[in-house]
Unconditional design. Structure first.
Length: 697
C-alpha cells in the first residue's frame, strides 16, 4: 500500500469512527486534569463534551483545581451541575478565614475583619504560625458539604475512580491521595504555598501537588495501565514584564516557573493533550463560569475525533469497576482532642461502632467542633485494614497564645487608631480563653474578656472588664468628655442562625463634675441568614442589644440589614436601625451619625432620646477574587432624633456614591456625599472601627 493510500485509509477510519453512534464506544479514557487556579473551570467544558458525546471516563487524576473539579465529578455531579455549584460559590468569603472573636465588646460584632497581623505561639513561647495567609477552614467546610453527595464514605469507592495529587512539604515527594476523606484530600491538593496553610493529611504536611506533578500523566499511566490518558492542560504560560501587574500575577508567574519542567515532561507522555485557550485569565479571580467552561468545551470539540479513536480502542470500562466494600465502622480514634472534649466525643460516638458509617453524622460533628472558639479546624480520615473500617476524628486547636495587631483610619469619624491584642487559651480550664486589648487613638481604651469552655449541652459564661476615655462632639457644637468603666458577666446561647445571651452589667462614669454608677440586666440577640457576613449577596441580619438601666430606663440599639441580588453583579441593600437612649445624659444619649448611620454626620452626630435611620442603595460588583471584591455603591440615607415623647428634634438626609472594597483581608471605602445642608463631603475608611458600642458601654 502506498503512502498516499495509507493516509487515505487512516482518514477514512477517522471519518467512520466519528460517524459511529455513541453506543458503539466500548472503552473509556482516563482524564488528567491540571492545576491552574480558576482557569481550571475550563475542565467543566471538557467534561460537558464527553457527556454529550457519551465518551465514558474510566478514572480521573487531578491536581489542585483539577482535583476539585475531578473529585466532584467523580462523586456524581454532572458538568452542568458543577457549573451551577461553582457559579454559586462566593470565592472571597470561601477563601477568607472566619475572623477571630472580637476582643472589643460587644462580643458579637461580626463585621470585624481579620487583624492586620497575627502571631501564634506554643506553650514554650515558640512561634507556631501562621504557616500561610489563609487557613482554608471555610473551604474545607464547603467541600465537605459538596462531597457528602458521594455514595460512599471512603472515596476509594466513588462511582468513578479518583486520585488527587499533593506534595509532601517535608520530603518534596509526590503524594497520591486515593482513599479516606475526599474533602480533606481536595483541600490538601490545592494548598498553594504562601497563600494557604499546608494541610495535615494522614500524618503528612501537604501542599499543592502542582509543585511536583501539575499534570500527573505518569500517575495515571501507572495506576490505570492500558487505558488511554487524556490530559487537560490549563497551566499558565510565562508572562512578559508588562503582563505582571498584580500580586496574583507574581504568584502565577512563580508557580509557572516552578512547574514548567514537570508539566512539559508529563505532557509528552499523554496519549492526547487538550489545551483550552485560557491565556490572560487570572489565577484567583472569579470570571464568568460559562465563559471559561466554553473554552474547555471548544478545545475538546477540536479533538473529538481523536477522543473517539482512543475510547474505541480502550479496555472495557468494567475492568475498573469494583463492587463497593461495606463501610461498617469497627473503631473510632481521636487525634488532637484535649481530655474533656475527648471524653465527651467518645461518649457521643460510641453508638456509631458496629453499624454503617453515616457521613452526615460525621460532617455534623466536625461542623460543631469547628465552630468552637478553641478549635481551628475539625476533620476526619478513614482507615481500612483486615479489622474493618476505622474512623479517626481530628481537631487542630488554636495555639495557646495569640498576639494581634489591628488598625482603623477615617476622616469621617473620631475613632481612628491602633489596637494591640493578646489571647490565652486553657488558662484555668480546658477550652476557656482570656483576651486582652489595648486601644490607642485620640484617647485610650482597655478591655479584658474571659470566656469559659463551650460544648454540647452547655453554654459559655463570659466576664468582661473595659475602660475607655471618650469624647463626643454633637452637631450643635457641644463637646463632652468622660471616662467609663464597665464590668459585665453573662451567658451566651449560640445557634446556627439565631443566638442570644443575657448579662448583668455595672458601669461607673467619671466626668461632668463627679462620678455616677449605673447597673442593670442586658439582653442581646442576633438572627442571621446572610450567605456571607462580610460581603453578602443575599439574606438579612437582625441584631440588637438592650440594657435596663437601674431597672428604670430601657436603653438599646436594634439594627436590620438585608441584601438581595437583582442581577449577577447587581445587589440592592437596605439598612435600618432604632436606638433608645437618654437625651439629658451625654454618656447614654442616642447618637445619629457616629457609627456610619449617616456618613456626613460622622464627626458631629445628631443626639436625642431616640434615633431612627434607614439607608438603601444599589451595589454593583466589578470583579471578585480571593482578596475580596470591587464594588460601586449609590445610596441614600435618612435619619431623625426624637425627644422622650417621640417628637422630632432634628433630622438629616444624604445621597452619595462610594467605591467599596469589602473583605476580611482588606476593607476600604472611598465616598462622596451630598446632604441636607447642601454640603459635599469626601471621605474614606480603611479597616474596621475598633470600638463601637453606643449607647451601651
Amino acid at each position: 500500500m502506498t503512502i498516499v493510500a495509507r493516509k487515505s485509509f487512516i482518514i477514512l477510519c477517522l471519518v467512520l469512527l466519528t460517524a459511529l453512534p455513541a453506543s458503539c464506544h466500548e472503552g473509556a479514557v482516563v482524564l488528567v486534569l491540571s492545576g491552574g487556579g480558576t482557569k481550571g473551570l475550563a475542565h467543566i467544558g471538557v467534561l460537558r463534551l464527553l457527556e454529550r458525546e457519551e465518551i465514558p471516563v474510566a478514572a480521573v487524576v487531578g491536581t489542585s483545581m483539577g482535583a476539585i473539579i475531578g473529585g466532584l465529578y467523580a462523586c456524581g455531579y454532572s458538568a452542568d451541575e458543577l457549573a451551577e455549584v461553582v457559579e454559586e460559590i462566593d470565592l472571597p468569603s470561601l477563601l477568607a478565614d472566619p475572623a477571630p472573636p472580637s476582643p472589643v465588646p460587644p462580643a458579637w460584632d461580626e463585621k470585624r475583619s481579620r487583624p492586620l497581623a497575627q502571631i501564634s505561639l506554643d506553650g514554650k513561647g515558640l512561634r507556631t504560625g501562621p504557616l500561610g495567609g489563609l487557613s482554608g477552614a471555610r473551604l474545607l467546610q464547603r467541600l465537605s458539604l459538596l462531597t457528602a453527595r458521594a455514595p460512599a464514605a471512603d472515596f476509594s469507592n466513588l462511582p468513578i475512580p479518583f486520585v488527587a495529587v499533593a506534595t509532601d512539604l517535608e520530603t518534596g515527594d509526590p503524594v497520591l491521595l486515593r482513599e479516606g476523606n475526599l474533602a480533606s484530600a481536595l483541600r490538601a491538593s490545592m494548598s498553594i504555598p504562601g497563600l494557604f496553610e499546608p494541610w495535615n493529611y494522614q500524618g503528612r504536611l501537604l501542599v499543592d501537588g502542582g509543585l511536583v506533578a501539575n499534570v500527573p500523566v505518569e500517575v495515571a499511566h501507572s495506576l490505570y495501565p492500558g487505558f488511554p490518558v487524556v490530559a487537560v492542560n490549563v497551566t499558565s504560560t510565562r508572562r512578559t514584564r508588562g503582563e505582571i501587574r498584580s500580586m496574583t500575577d507574581v504568584l502565577d508567574q512563580t508557580l509557572t516557573i516552578l512547574t514548567r519542567q514537570n508539566v512539559m515532561r508529563s505532557l509528552a507522555k499523554a496519549d492526547l493533550v487538550i489545551t483550552p485557550d485560557v491565556t490572560g485569565l487570572p489565577l484567583l479571580e472569579v470570571p464568568r463560569v460559562e465563559a471559561v467552561a466554553a473554552l474547555g468545551e471548544r478545545a475538546a470539540e477540536e479533538n473529538l475525533a481523536s477522543l473517539r479513536v482512543l475510547a474505541a480502542g480502550a479496555p472495557p470500562l468494567a475492568r475498573l469497576r469494583e463492587p463497593a466494600r461495606a463501610a461498617v465502622l469497627s473503631r473510632i480514634g481521636l487525634e488532637g482532642f484535649p481530655p474533656r472534649l475527648e471524653a465527651d466525643t467518645r461518649e457521643r460516638t460510641a453508638s456509631w461502632v458496629g453499624r454503617p458509617l453515616a457521613v452526615e453524622e460525621v460532617l455534623a460533628l466536625c461542623g460543631e467542633l469547628g465552630n468552637r472558639d478553641d478549635v481551628r479546624v475539625a476533620d476526619y480520615r478513614l482507615e481500612r485494614n483486615d479489622g474493618g473500617l476505622g474512623l479517626v476524628l481530628i481537631v487542630e486547636r488554636r495555639s495557646p497564645y495569640e498576639l494581634t495587631f489591628d488598625g482603623y483610619a477615617s476622616n469621617l469619624r473620631h475613632e481612628r487608631g491602633l489596637l494591640f491584642g493578646g489571647r490565652r487559651q486553657d488558662l484555668f480550664q480546658e477550652g476557656d480563653s482570656l483576651q486582652a486589648t489595648l486601644l490607642f487613638d485620640a484617647y485610650w481604651g482597655l478591655g479584658l474578656r474571659y470566656r469559659t469552655e463551650q460544648g454540647e449541652g452547655f453554654f459559655p459564661w463570659e466576664v468582661s472588664l473595659r475602660a475607655r476615655k471618650e469624647r463626643f462632639d454633637t452637631v450643635d457644637g457641644a463637646t463632652s468628655e468622660w471616662k467609663s468603666y464597665a464590668l459585665e458577666t453573662g451567658r451566651q446561647y449560640p445557634g446556627e442562625t439565631f443566638r442570644w445571651g443575657w448579662s448583668l452589667m455595672a458601669q461607673r462614669v467619671d466626668g461632668f463634675g463627679g462620678e455616677k454608677d449605673y447597673w442593670g440586666p442586658s439582653l442581646l440577640f442576633a438572627w442571621d441568614t446572610r450567605d456571607d457576613t462580610v460581603d453578602p449577596t443575599r439574606g438579612f441580619t437582625l441584631r440588637g442589644r438592650l440594657w435596663w438601666v437601674d431597672l428604670e430606663d430601657l436603653l438599646g440599639r436594634v439594627t436590620y440589614e438585608s441584601t438581595a441580588t437583582l442581577a449577577p453583579n447587581m445587589r440592592f441593600f437596605t439598612l435600618a436601625g432604632l436606638e433608645k437612649g437618654r437625651s439629658g445624659d451625654p454618656v447614654h444619649a442616642a447618637y445619629l451619625g457616629g457609627e456610619d448611620e449617616l456618613y456626613s454626620r460622622g464627626k458631629r452626630p445628631l443626639s436625642g432620646e431616640e434615633a431612627l435611620w434607614v439607608r438603601a442603595g444599589l451595589r454593583r460588583s466589578w470583579g471578585r477574587g480571593w482578596w475580596g471584591s470591587l464594588n460601586t455603591e449609590f445610596f441614600a440615607g435618612w435619619g431623625s432624633v426624637y425627644d422622650d415623647s417621640w417628637n422630632p428634634v432634628d433630622e438629616a438626609w444624604e445621597v452619595g456614591l462610594a467605591l467599596y472594597v469589602p473583605g476580611q483581608l482588606f476593607n476600604a471605602r472611598l465616598l462622596a456625599t451630598y446632604d441636607d445642608d447642601s454640603e459635599v463631603t469626601f471621605g474614606f475608611t480603611l479597616g474596621t472601627p475598633l470600638d463601637t458600642s453606643r449607647p451601651i458601654p
